[in-house]
Design a protein around this ligand. Structure first.
Ligand SMILES: O=c1nc[nH]c2c1ncn2[C@H]1C[C@H](O)[C@@H](COP(=O)(O)OP(=O)(O)OP(=O)(O)O)O1
Ligand SMILES: [Mg+2]
Length: 198
């Protein structure tokens, strides 16, 4: 396997950087793509996989380092899997608070039994920009959409995501607890196995 002591994380999301670095520990240093460029690539893919690869290639090209990308989102059953790959852009780029408000509005009057949802995470690792065999790992996390925001931890849709196995919202989980059970944690477990990191 390649020497992976330093990876560039192809993400402009500080929440992802924190979580992924905590999961990786000291063995691998994640450097943010923000050190190299503030320009975010357009996420033109039709799947989490395509967008993760596109972001990873872009970061490897800009940084000259092997690159890890995370494409993730929330798929809501009642909405036929929306917002899905469009989760970050759900409220037209107005940010997390607007996204959450739009989701609550879309599910107004929908009963608990129909509020099932899953967080999806795809991690893509490329050794260099033109790598013909990206390493891909996915993770899912099943839960339910709450009727109102709750909790202060995490980012994005965490305050609206009820975690049945813990009876709290994912924003009420400590960072350490979220990092044990989340979609991102599951994808990272697979990646660590693929890289023989544990
Ligand atoms: O653990 C999570 N807890 C709460 N919300 C989450 C989580 N994981 C993904 N999400 C939401 C945030 C964003 O609305 C979308 C990801 O969009 P996505 O394009 O992958 O990330 P992003 O634009 O924030 O940063 P970047 O593309 O630079 O990595 O899903
Ligand atoms: Mg994005």
């Amino acid at each position: 396997m390649m020497n992976l002591t330093q990876l560039v994380l192809a993400s402009h999301n500080a929440g992802k950087l924190k979580e992924l670095q905590a999961m990786l520990g000291n063995a691998v240093q994640l450097r943010s793509i923000g050190e190299f460029s503030q320009v975010e690539p357009e996420e033109t893919g039709l799947s989490f996989v395509e967008n993760a690869i596109l972001k990873a290639r872009n970061a490897a090209r800009i940084s000259g380092l092997p690159a890890l990308a995370d494409d993730s989102g929330l798929a809501v059953d009642y909405l036929g899997g929306a917002p899905g790959i469009y989760s970050a852009r759900y409220a037209d780029g107005k940010g997390d608070a607007a996204n959450n408000a739009k989701l609550l509005e879309a599910l107004k009057d929908v009963p608990d039994s129909e509020r099932g949802a899953q967080f999806v995470c795809v991690l893509a690792l490329v050794r260099h920009a033109d790598d013909p065999l990206p390493i891909l790992c996915e993770g899912l996390w099943h839960g339910r959409i709450l009727h109102a925001a709750s909790g202060e931890h995490g980012f994005g849709y965490d305050p609206l995501f009820w975690v049945p196995e813990r009876n709290v919202s994912s924003a009420e989980l400590s960072p350490a607890d979220k990092n044990q059970i989340s979609h991102r944690a599951r994808a990272m477990d697979l990646l660590r196995q693929r890289l023989s990191l544990k």
